[in-house]
Ligand binder design. Structure first.
Ligand SMILES: [Zn+2]
Length: 289
């Protein structure tokens, strides 16, 4: 079994909203997942007190998940915590410190919206990183929190890269195959290769090819394109399970990983597949900067 990692899913949000989640102990075990990132996500459109209540509930759920790992009789992945968008806390350093204390390892400055820190992927490129956003990135560097640039618009992305330490784009696809603002341009991919960042591929058909259907060969084309840009050693998965309305066929849940990896092994070098399966994300996570 290959070490398998997923750099992004929204199980905490699903669980906090009491909705059925495709990421659970059973599917993670079936999928042989060794490392599962769980993102804190609160819809920025909710009233602020509702957002805080939801955030706190998600933090409690994460604690329960990691505590259950301590039971040696049960097989669980290693869980890591990220923040998907900081519109709720913006530059409130007390809140940032509280999340760091709870185990936060990776954070995005925005979701799709614009806030006091940066502009998200749905925003015009006349908006970018702000002075406050730059200060938060510096705080993150100081506290070893990885910048997740997944939801930044292009302007914010390039500005953030000037200040950021370790940088991931946890759940995305490539614009060369489908021109969507949430996807990466070849130039962005090359910049991430240059700084040994990380790129996690989602299983969301709408990002993969612009339709509501995709299969393993579509995922294979994403991998092939990233390899052609020299990104084989920084690519992995960021499924976006529980955050997307539909998925690529065969990747309806983490249980699909073994079949996908088997499919990739028939088409790519074993070392490349090992890297993409999880070794690249594992190395990225543990590298000091
Ligand atoms: Zn997202």
């Amino acid at each position: 079994m290959m070490f398998t990692a997923d750099a992004h899913c929204d199980v905490l949000w699903k669980a906090a909203e009491n909705t059925a989640s495709v990421v659970n102990a059973g599917t993670l075990r079936q999928g042989g997942v060794n490392l599962q990132n769980a993102a804190l996500f609160v819809p920025p459109s909710l009233p602020q007190n509702r957002q805080y209540a939801l955030l706190n509930k998600e933090l409690r759920i994460f604690q329960e998940m990691t505590q259950s790992v301590q039971n040696p009789n049960e097989q669980h992945p290693d869980y890591m915590l990220s923040l998907e968008g900081a519109s709720l806390i913006e530059d409130d350093l007390k809140e940032w410190a509280r999340l760091k204390e709870a185990g936060l390892e990776m954070a995005g400055l925005t979701w799709n919206e614009r806030n006091q820190l940066a502009a998200g992927s749905e925003q015009s490129n006349q908006f970018g990183l702000t002075e406050k956003g730059k200060n938060i990135i510096e705080w993150m560097n100081h506290h070893s929190i990885v910048l997740d640039a997944a939801h930044l618009n292009e302007q914010s992305f390039w500005q953030a890269l000037e200040y950021a330490g370790k940088t991931a784009v946890s759940h995305t696809n490539v614009r060369s195959l489908h021109d969507h603002p949430r996807n990466l341009t070849d130039e962005q991919v090359r910049a991430l290769v240059h700084r040994e960042g990380f790129i996690g591929l989602t299983f969301y058909p709408f990002f993969i090819n612009g339709t509501d259907q995709a299969d393993f060969s579509d995922i294979g084309r994403q991998v092939e394109h990233l390899c052609s840009l020299g990104a084989a050693s920084i690519t992995g998965f960021g499924s976006d399970f529980d955050g997307i309305a539909n998925t690529a066929t065969g990747m309806e849940s983490p249980a699909g990983f073994p079949d996908l990896l088997e499919w990739l092994l028939q088409r790519f070098h074993e070392d490349t597949v090992k890297g993409i399966a999880g070794a690249n994300f594992h190395r990225f996570r543990h590298r000091h900067f």
